[in-house]
Design a protein around this ligand. Structure first.
Ligand code: PXP
Length: 237
């Protein structure tokens, strides 16, 4: 059974709607952990639109929480990560104007740059994961860049409307996960997963962790965060 990482960015998004101190993503993290998730995920964006450096610092201090920091390869963000020392960094592509991470990292194109960032983070004892589309050549490039963990972008699977296209994307995810595992990588997956579509992805052999944000935080508005995380964990189980 894959573990669950909960992305709490949207708690900070709500806080930033008023620019005051609530709701606090640290309180959210406590509840998610109490409900049984494995790690807390947050994205320190270049424009700091939701999560701030101080949030990461506080999240870092929660006992027993594994903190997975999503980040770009921008030099100041890499240095911030080295200062903040999450347990893991997940490198994602970032565009200022996007509403969420739109696709996987092009490791093939930016391999040299990514290799340097992987080495810098590992030097600081931070595990590094690369968020990539489920494509073999991106997996090969990830290995060449020195990463030992990847996260497969499940957006295409999650966002398709037709059942046949969904099945096809599921096959792609299954085949690429198998390929990456055969190369010795740890494989995570995420983006767009929700209470209706998580089940099939959770059944893919060998996936270590699913990282889920928007659907859990959305449901929590109605059920509370503890129940929303519990329900997701039940589905994954
Ligand atoms: N994994 C990564 C690398 C992401 O960038 C995101 C979005 O922040 C997620 C998982 C979670 O995606 P969602 O909010 O759609 O569940």
């Amino acid at each position: 059974m894959p573990k669950l990482g909960v992305n709490i960015d949207h708690v900070a998004t709500l806080r930033e709607a008023r620019k005051i101190d609530m709701p606090d993503p640290v309180d959210a993290a406590y509840l998610c952990l109490k409900a049984g998730c494995n790690s807390i995920v947050c994205h320190l964006r270049e424009d700091r639109r939701h999560i701030k450096d101080d949030d990461v610092l506080k999240l870092r201090k929660i006992a027993n929480a594994r903190l997975n920091l999503e980040m770009s390869v921008a030099p100041d963000i890499v240095e911030a990560a080295c200062r903040l020392r999450p347990d893991q960094s997940t490198i994602v592509p970032e565009r200022r104007e996007e509403v969420t991470t739109e696709g996987g990292l092009d490791v093939v194109k930016f391999e040299k740059k990514i290799r340097k960032v992987v080495a810098r983070l590992e030097e600081m004892h931070i595990d590094v994961s690369l968020f990539i589309n489920p494509v073999r050549k991106q997996i090969d490039a990830s290995i060449n860049s020195g990463a030992r963990v990847i996260e497969l972008h499940t957006g295409r699977y999650a966002n398709t409307n037709s059942e046949s296209a969904r099945r096809k994307q599921l096959d792609v995810l299954r085949a690429t996960a198998e390929y990456a595992l055969s190369k010795g990588l740890e494989v995570n997956a995420g983006h767009g997963l929700n209470y209706d579509n998580v089940w099939d992805v959770a059944r893919i052999d060998g996936i270590n962790e699913l990282n889920i944000g928007h659907s859990i935080i959305s449901r929590s508005v109605f059920t509370g965060l503890y129940a929303a995380v519990k329900e997701m964990l039940e589905l994954i189980k």
